[in-house]
Design a protein around this ligand. Structure first.
Ligand code: AVI
Length: 336
């Protein structure tokens, strides 16, 4: 663990619990020798991937960010109201934290607020923390550069005041429903009765709207998906020719999820020297790179209940595309 203080009221902690490079190498080897081939979406976010994701959030087709921002613009004060006093706001996968500003603006008057953003991309964390400390001079910031799982360990140490744990941006969608329940249960086990969790969930909707959101006309999502191969080339000395793979996004309505693939345009073999692997591809063969689950209200309720949480309140954008849920620990006194 390494800590550095670069400005007053701002501190950055780097949690290096696992060897990320070794994990990347072994996951790539396992995923590309599996049948069918797959790679984990957690490896999208090197600095180029994080830059491309920020660009996705601005796309006309990617309604998720705008819908969630709209909800926060309209309801931030209501969302802040269960916290009468000083509060710690912990954000999982904070990214640029642009939406978080709306919540901080609602919380700061009359309260001392400590903000703990947890994100794997250290440069993005540093940038967003610097921006927030300029905008909100009384805000205390403890930035944690870590993956969710390592960052969760940090939750237990932030327990001197009520906590609002943010998991925004449909990040829950990149977990299976079972994984989401297990992860929420782990968080719930760290929560006191005064703590709340705010979860941003993308709702089930028409195939055309969903597929356009994940296959935009400008090709930014395609570049984001293909960047995974560029990362393998750079970090593991691979020789993927990106022009021979095509981005694909399909809505699987039965499972309620967008599936993203990279499709080989031709028969080819690719060598990844650092892991001593040569991989053969048939024409049309796919690498499954991401699932993004969409929810009905009943499915959200089922996942929350399985995690020992209940929906205290929820809000949607005017078009009913996205939902923000304020979850409270399920206790005897909750009467459920
Ligand atoms: C980060 N995550 C919630 C995004 C999503 O919508 O599943 C990642 C993404 N993939 C393609 N576009 C955006």
């Amino acid at each position: 663990m390494m800590a550095s203080a670069s400005m007053p009221r701002f501190c950055l902690v780097e949690l290096t619990g696992s060897d990320l490079f070794a994990e990347f190498a072994s996951d790539v080897a396992a995923g590309l020798t599996a049948e069918p081939k797959h790679l984990s979406c957690r490896y999208f976010y090197d600095s180029e991937g994080s830059r491309l994701f920020a660009a996705i959030c601005e796309l006309p087709e990617y309604y998720l960010t705008r819908a969630e921002t709209e909800i926060l613009q309209v309801h931030a004060h209501e969302i802040a109201s269960p916290f009468p006093d000083d509060v710690t706001v912990i954000e999982l996968g904070s990214g640029s934290a642009i939406k978080t500003r709306l919540l901080l603006e609602a919380l700061l008057p009359g309260r001392q607020v400590r903000y703990v953003p947890i994100d794997i991309c250290r440069p993005v964390l540093e940038e967003s923390a610097a921006d927030l400390s300029k905008r909100f001079p009384t805000l205390e910031i403890l930035a944690v550069a870590a993956e969710y799982h390592d960052g969760l360990r940090h939750l237990r140490s932030e327990s001197d005041r009520p906590r609002m744990i943010l998991w925004l941006g449909s990040n829950i969608g990149n977990f299976t429903r079972e994984e989401a329940a297990v992860f929420l249960r782990r968080i719930r086990n760290t929560m006191t009765p005064a703590d709340r969790m705010l979860v941003g969930v993308d709702l089930r909707k028409d195939r055309a709207v969903l597929e356009a959101a994940y296959d935009d006309a400008a090709g930014v999502t395609a570049a984001f998906n293909l960047n995974l191969l560029a990362r393998i080339n750079q970090e593991l000395n691979g020789n993927f020719d990106l022009s021979t793979f095509q981005h694909q996004a399909i809505y699987n309505q039965d499972l309620g999820r967008i599936e993203m693939y990279l499709v080989s345009r031709r028969v080819q073999s690719v060598t990844i020297r650092r892991i001593g692997l040569t991989v053969a591809f048939a024409a049309g063969e796919t690498i499954h790179t991401e699932n993004s689950y969409k929810y009905s209200l009943a499915e959200i309720n089922a996942v929350a209940t399985a995690a020992g949480l209940h929906d205290q309140c929820f809000w949607q954008d005017a078009a009913g595309r996205f939902s923000l849920h304020l979850l409270a620990p399920w206790t005897e006194s909750a009467g459920i």
